[in-house]
Design a protein around this ligand. Sequence first.
Ligand code: TYC
Length: 109
Amino acid sequence: MSENQNDNEQYDSHDLAVEEARPKLKQPSLYQVVLLNDDFTPMEFVVDILETIFNMERTRATQVMLEVHTKGKGVCGVFNYEIAETKVAQVMGIARQHQHPLLCTMEET
Ligand code: TYC
């Protein structure tokens, strides 16, 4: 290896690949987990879901349940895709176990 081989390499590069590619990073999308109203699921069951799956205090859980009951739907929380998907699956699973027709979906914000 000659003494100035590194210098030669720099000059011999012909300007190819002189800049490193910037990593393509973007903010992860966020998703609202939404509870839908129906005529059959007991109010108490919905409040329990909001407490256990969405970690709400009882007063907040009751407010959200009543909002769903009166307006047709309501937001339980905002999460990244994986967490939102898990929460939806948990709600639907528990509702199914109890044979309630409760529906829960996710919407990209
Ligand atoms: N509408 C239901 C009732 O009167 C209560 C209810 C609230 C159901 C919220 C679903 O997501 C819901 N028993």
